[in-house]
Design a protein around this ligand. Structure first.
Ligand code: TXA
Ligand code: MG
Length: 336
């Protein structure tokens, strides 16, 4: 599918450790975006691959670079709340809920799917009449989008279907030779992608669970999970976030028996000690904190994927609060 010749671009990582480096990195990122290029930027959830959201040719590069199918729409990141009504249509009865949610969670990891205006090229939304919008809380992302002065389309900075990147090194592994610049903002805070919702009347439908939990949304209205069979969040495919190594989810990790001669690794929630069962293991959260577990999830999956294993066994986490988003990602990672 990709028309581009990959490995043709030199990919640089721009450090932001000192104030000088940071300012330089932001200036370079903005200049590249203004030239219609794509740039990887840190957000508070996962690293994003950003392009000018109002330019169909710039956005087309995102699809090519990620090898992303055109039926999967992108999230648009706003420079500020004043942009919301330039690119979305807010009907009178929907306004109070949308405004309350934006006030409570923006900037932050909440994405709202709303009817779109003509400003957004249909490539961004895969031809849908709605657009997904959010405002990132990451200081580097905010500075870039504000100094760019227009919305940025930015999906996660991984090749399609693979594990989302939570460090600049992860992005490099995914997109080396395909993009000119990765701005290094260190590890992302949440470690999983934003919660995607569609506010409908007084009802909040969750299309993708994430860092803003059902419980947090419940004080704003009735909340329901969208049945994933419905095609409305097209990116929510059953197989996604996939490591190269087969992944299996179990409720009882102590019951796993490893076939003779095979190398199994474990992604653990409990603190059961293992001697010989697994050749590699990672513990999502020694403190059994779901927030910490989410932040570690993709990095640990990637580490286990590098360990030359025959199988990764992931222990199910409690399916409440952030555990719902973690199990959503694990199930898609396990789906073949
Ligand atoms: O945290 C995040 O949201 C990250 C950072 C980089 O901002 N971005 C991200 O983008 O996860 P992406 O493209 O990997 O996921 C976008 C999700 C997909 O599941 C897509 O189907 C859904 O949002 N989406 C986008 N536009 C939509 C629309 N108009 N209607 C329904 N779902 C939509
Ligand atoms: Mg993604």
């Amino acid at each position: 599918m990709p028309a581009r010749i990959f490995n043709a671009v030199k990919t640089e990582i721009a450090s932001t450790s000192s104030p000088n480096e940071r300012a330089l990195a932001i200036t370079r990122a903005v200049a590249l975006l203004q030239a219609g290029e794509i740039v990887a930027l840190p957000t508070e959830t996962v690293y994003g691959l950003a392009a000018d959201a109002l330019s169909a040719t710039a956005v087309a590069k995102i699809f090519e670079t990620k090898e992303r199918p055109h039926f999967d729409p992108l999230i648009v990141h706003l420079p500020g709340p004043d942009w919301l009504e330039k690119i979305t249509v807010i009907k009178g009865d929907a306004r109070p809920l949308i405004e309350r949610l934006a006030t409570a969670f923006w900037p932050g990891p909440l994405t709202m799917v709303l009817p779109k205006t003509e400003w957004i090229p249909s490539l961004v939304t895969a031809g849908l009449t709605t657009v997904a919008v959010r405002m990132s809380a990451h200081p580097i992302f905010r500075e870039v989008v504000q100094s760019f002065g227009q919305p940025l389309a930015a999906p996660s900075a991984n090749r399609f279907g693979r594990i989302s990147p939570t460090t600049a090194a992860d992005v490099l592994e995914e997109l080396v030779g395909r993009i000119p610049l990765i701005v290094d903002g260190g590890s992302t805070t949440h470690g999983i992608e934003s919660t995607v919702i569609a506010p409908r009347g007084g009802v909040i439908e969750i299309l993708r669970p994430g860092p803003i939990t059902r419980e947090e949304l419940e004080s704003f209205g009735q909340v329901q999970f969208r049945n994933s069979d419905k095609a409305e969040s097209p990116g929510q495919l059953p197989s996604h976030y996939r490591p190269e190594t087969p992944l299996m989810i179990v409720d009882d990790i102590t019951a796993v028996s490893v076939p003779q001669g095979q190398r199994y690794g474990a992604l653990l929630w409990s603190d059961v000690p293992f001697s010989q069962t697994f050749v590699e293991s990672r513990r999502l959260s020694p403190a059994r904190d779901l927030r910490e577990a989410a932040a570690n999830l993709f990095r640990q999956l990637r580490e286990l994927d590098h360990a030359n294993l025959d199988c990764i066994v992931a222990e199910a986490v409690p399916e409440k609060g952030l555990g719902i988003a973690i199990m959503d990602r694990l199930r898609r990672a396990a789906h073949r």
